[in-house]
Design a protein around this ligand. Structure first.
Ligand code: DC
Length: 225
């Protein structure tokens, strides 16, 4: 008999806190945190490292076919290993961020990453973050959350995160970039960003990470709303 694994999905726009809160919830729930955003970034980076243009659909699909990605769920920031190599910092670089839209809009890449994530979920309990986790990849997940916060707050968070990696980008530029990505994510044909019908929506703007994690954990454990 196979035991059904727990899947918790966290969707939302850039900077809404999906990664930090997802990692925190995964630690408390003894689950593995998986980031689909980092999968799309990794595919982009691998294709670029091979000398391909990130807009080369076939090259990006080949990179997705050979993707081997592991997420380290341990206290502290999320770490990601691609083919055994720690690419945590490099995948957050502005160049990768700007070019990842090609992988995200590639149907073959979406199919492969979706399949990869579902395979992970067969082996362990997972907390999965992204744009289409609760709507497409894990449409039947028992626990779905949608995190959101206003644009200024999300840009300020992204700025802090990048500063910790030694990357300094003015807040106005980040706001403009995030607004452009929001629009792209929400209006694209393939798996657009949407609030899943059965998701709990959390505005993370006024809440601490601990508060958001607490709320998620209480709901998953069945002792909160
Ligand atoms: O959340 P992030 O910034 O790491 O996401 C990187 C890019 O990948 C972003 O442009 C949106 C896209 N993405 C997606 O299309 N679907 C997902 N499930 C996750 C991310």
């Amino acid at each position: 008999m196979t035991t059904r694994r727990t899947v918790v999905t966290l969707d939302g726009p850039a900077g809404s806190g999906k990664t930090v809160c997802g990692q925190g919830a995964a630690l408390r729930l003894d689950a593995t945190f998986v980031s689909s955003g980092l999968c799309y970034r990794a595919v982009t980076y691998l294709a670029m490292r091979d000398g391909a243009a990130p807009s080369d659909a076939a090259a990006v699909a080949r990179a997705a076919e050979r993707l081997r990605i592991e997420f380290v769920t341990a206290p502290g920031a999320v770490r990601v290993l691609v083919g055994g190599e720690d690419l945590t910092a490099v995948l957050k670089e502005p160049e990768v961020t700007a070019q990842t839209r090609h992988a995200a809009e590639n149907p073959r890449v979406r199919e492969l990453i979706g399949r990869h994530l579902r395979r992970m979920a067969e082996e362990r309990d997972i907390v999965a973050e992204g744009r289409d986790m609760g709507t497409v990849v894990f449409a039947d997940a028992p626990f779905k959350f949608f995190l959101d916060a206003d644009l200024a707050c999300r840009a300020a968070r992204r700025r802090k995160e990048l500063a910790a990696l030694g990357i300094d980008i003015p807040e106005e530029r980040l706001q403009a970039e995030i607004a452009a990505r929001d629009l792209r994510d929400a209006t694209r044909e393939l798996c657009p960003l949407r609030v899943p019908e059965d998701a709990v929506v959390i505005d993370t703007g006024e809440l601490s990470v601990e508060d958001v994690v607490d709320r998620i954990v209480r709901i998953v454990r069945g002792d909160g709303d």
